[in-house]
Design a protein around this ligand. Structure first.
Ligand code: FMN
Ligand SMILES: CCCCCCC(=O)C(=O)O
Length: 414
């Protein structure tokens, strides 16, 4: 199987103009405003690129190094084809399931991403409201670098909230955020284990990326937020911040100490191998997120869809396995579930939705993925999630990518 290396979806330098055909209101489609909604996740990307300042767009969109892992995440989906069954009575497709014991409307969740206020003023409040929409009620993994407080989010969320942690040198600060999240009703902790330092993200370096005034890590003590707003040409403020405050000595022996401090389930995010998955499951970890950080950390790391089967096999049912990275279509979700993911998490598309239209835009992205998944289940003759397995899939040849954000109607792309 070859990666064509020509994927133009995410990761190459963008043209900045947007096709006028998709310059439409993402909140549209209501009686008051009958204009059409974006028809693809890619159309939201185009709107976001049009609306965001270039430095912010490139921070969100970029990956590490040559961005080969960003492209590989997408290419892996194109190599898998679907084997539909017929005469399967698909008059009703059931997308509901449970994650960590909570009922959800679809096997989707929102991946942790820092600083949603970069995309829209309401930030993570808009995100959790979108996640809680009827028919969704899906989990939001709130980054430790969220730009709204846990308490504000808990007040607005109707879906489960999970808290993502980085391993800070300042364990006292970690303890405090865990206690606050517990008190606010968060349902799980997700420790990110692929970030002992920040990946070498060339787009951040080129733009001297730093946080604009007013956007802050709202749940952290000012003592651990240094560098974030300081501009330095050719350098990323986030990378300097990570160097100062993230503890790269994190190792397996630290997990027990973290678990002693909380009654919440603990998941590891950023596992890509059978070896690490087996060790985590052996230690009684409550869930694994197969992730390469959306290609933002180790350039050249394996695509998450390609890593998923070995992780699922190694875990052997001892805990649920989740996946993120490159989910852009309902059929991507279907493929990941067929390979054993319990649910998948969506990253950049949620920020595209927020940038395009705030809460309505994020809800539009998530609803689109949900609806596309339902279509795919019906057309594949698999009306329930329980009916999904590897027999649904056939290998390559890889379909060539559509240019322009994977939306055949758009002429330009990133
Ligand atoms: C702008 C941005 C910020 C992110 N911030 C975090 C974070 O704070 N913590 C974390 O564990 N992962 C973070 N991630 C990685 C995501 O959780 C996720 O692994 C990745 O975005 C999934 O790939 P996708 O964007 O292709 O869906 C971030 C990703 C992006 C794009
Ligand atoms: C670890 C310090 C900064 C991380 C910023 C958020 C993030 O994970 C990202 O991918 O960006």
């Amino acid at each position: 199987m070859t990666d064509t290396g020509t994927d133009s979806v995410v990761g190459t330098d963008p043209a900045t103009e947007t096709d006028p055909a998709i310059a439409i209101d993402p909140a549209a489609g209501t009686d008051a405003d009958p204009a059409p909604r974006p028809l693809t996740v890619g159309a939201y990307a185009a709107l976001a690129e049009d609306r965001l300042p270039p430095a912010t767009w490139h921070y969100i969109q970029g990956g590490a190094g040559t961005e080969s892992t960003v492209r590989a995440n997408r290419a892996a989906y194109r190599r898998l084809r679907l084997r539909p069954r017929v005469l399967a009575d698909v008059s009703r497709c059931d997308l509901s399931t449970t994650v960590l014991g909570d009922a959800v409307g679809a096997p989707l969740g929102i991946a942790p991403m820092a600083y949603h206020q970069l995309a829209c003023d309401e930030g993570e409040v808009a995100t959790v409201r979108a996640a809680g929409a009827p028919g969704l009620r899906i989990p939001t993994v709130v980054s430790i670098f969220a730009s709204r407080t846990f308490e504000d989010l808990a007040a607005q969320a109707t879906g489960p909230l999970w808290l993502q942690l980085y391993w800070l040198h300042r364990r006292d600060v970690l303890r405090t955020v865990v206690r606050r999240a517990e008190a606010a009703g968060f349902r799980a902790l997700v420790l990110t284990v692929d970030t002992p330092r920040l990946g070498r993200r060339l787009r951040e370096l080129r733009h001297g990326f730093h946080l604009p005034p007013g956007i802050v890590a709202r749940n952290l003590d000012g003592e651990v937020t240094g560098f974030l707003h300081d501009r330095q040409d050719g350098s990323s403020a986030l990378a300097r911040h990570a160097d100062a405050f993230i503890d790269p000595s994190l190792s397996w022996s630290d997990l027990d100490r973290l678990r002693e401090q909380t009654r919440l389930p603990l998941l590891l995010k950023g596992v890509l191998t059978a070896e690490d998955a087996a060790r985590a499951a052996g230690l009684g970890i409550d869930g694994i997120v197969v992730s390469n950080h959306g290609g933002r950390q180790l350039d050249g790391a394996v695509a998450t869809l390609d890593a998923l089967p070995e992780v699922v096999a190694a875990v052997d049912g001892r805990c649920p396995v989740f996946l993120d990275g490159g989910i852009r279509h309902g059929t991507d979700v279907l493929k990941a579930l067929a390979l054993g993911a319990r649910a998948v998490f969506v990253g950049r598309p949620v920020l595209w939705g927020l940038a395009a239209g705030g809460e309505a835009g994020a809800r539009g992205v998530l609803t689109l993925l949900r609806d596309e998944l339902e279509d795919a289940m019906a057309l594949a003759g698999r009306p329930s999630l329980a009916a999904l397995g590897p027999e649904l899939l056939a290998r390559g040849p890889a379909a060539a990518p559509n240019e322009s954000y994977e939306d055949p109607d758009l002429r330009k792309g990133p």
